[in-house]
Each structure stands twice: as C-alpha cells, then as structure tokens.
Write a protein that binds this ligand. Sequence first.
Ligand SMILES: [Zn+2]
Length: 264
Amino acid sequence: MQAFQETSCPVCGAAEAHVFLKETNVSCSDYFEGVRLYNDDIGDTALVKCTVCGFARFRDMHAWTPETFRERIYNKDYHLCDPPFEEERPARLARWLAPLCEGHRLIDYGGGEGRTAALLRDQEIDAVAFDPFYSGETLPDWRADIVTAFEVVEHVPAQRALFSTLLALLAPGGVVVFSTLLQPETLAPDWWYASARNGHVSFHTPDSLGRTLRGAGADMISLSDEVHVASRDAGALERWRRVDPVAVSGTPRHAFVRAWAELA
Ligand SMILES: [Zn+2]
C-alpha cells in the first residue's frame, strides 16, 4: 500500500487522517438491494477525514475532472445504482415542496432531467430545473425565492464554490433547501452512504457543514440529519424551523459481512 499522503481539509485547512479503503465499485443501492450491482473489482479508493471539523472525502475522486466523472460514474450504467432518481424520488420531493412553495419561484439545482420541477409546474408552481450534468434547461435570468439541491452536495468536490453558486441564485430573503446525510458518530467502511460508485465523494459533520455555509456568508438549520436550509438572511430561516422534513434517502436493510462480496 502507498504511504499516506499528507493532505489538508478543503473546508477548514486542518490535517486529514486516513479512515478506510473501500472498493470503488460498491454502490449505495447494493445496501438496499442486498446484492452487488457492479461486480467488477476495479480497485479501492481512500476515504480521509479532517482531524478538526470532521469533513470526510474520497480524496482521489476530489481531483477528478467533470469528464472523468462522466466517464466513470455518470455513464450508461449509472441508473443501476440510483433507481429512485428516475421517478419515485422526484414525486416524493414535489409532494413535500408544493405547499412550501406556493407563491414562490423555485430553481431545482442538480435536478437531473428536471422531473421534480415539471411535477411542481403541474401544480402551478413557477419552477425550473438546472443540472450541470444534464444542462437540458439553462439557468433563468431571474432570482429564486427557493433554490433546492437534493442529492447534490455529497456529489461535489468543491463545497464552498457549490454553496456560493446556490446562494447567488437567490432573491433577497431567499433560502436554499438541500439534502445531504450527515456522518454517523463513527465512520465505518460499511457506512452505506460513503459509496463511490454513486459519485458520493463529500461527507459532512454538523461542524463542517456549518463552517462551509458560514464561509459562503450564510446561516443554516438542519430539519433532520439529511435535510437542511440555508440563507444569507437569518430571519428567512424562521418559518422553516417548523417544517417537517421529507425523507430523502431511506434506510438500507443490508450490510456487507465478508469484505465487499457478501451482503446479509
Ligand atoms: Zn476540516
């Protein structure tokens, strides 16, 4: 094995420590389905974690270009590891968002092919989607009251830049509603969410997420361990404190019992 290379946390600059190696072709859906969906062993990837703020990341993937992500992750086989991407999740998110968005304009950032935004438009809500990996729709020239980013944060290496982009899409008093599952107390290799095949590369603690938002000039609240709301206008967060969170990703029922070959 290679010697651990000294690296520093992209969130706070402190030293990072090696946590584990995980097979790159393990996907989150393996834990839900109870089978390996990608059987080729294409090697391992190292997860490192900040010794101060706790931000964790697949270090090598953080250096990939968008083209590399397209070739190795968001390719023709991607749908295997994220089936709800196509219909069930957008429907669930749109049901939750519709009453919260009445009378507001919404941009769904990273909204895949735009299904959530289309479902909201069916309910007379002024919503558009923008996804840098699909680019089917372009960013509007207006500013939104609500920007949503579901299942986006954990896919992105450059966290500060992502949140600056999201916040820049807001009208004054607007909020960013986003999901990302916070780390459990102990980061074990079999934490299902840290699965590289899905393109998950960035994993926050409450501390690292708060620092990232403060660095982008915003405050945030968490509605659950996976749904969060941020704004540069702290007062705009008040109404969201009373909102029940939507369940974004669910809980898998399987775990690996023998290396990355067998699930129980
Ligand atoms: Zn850090």
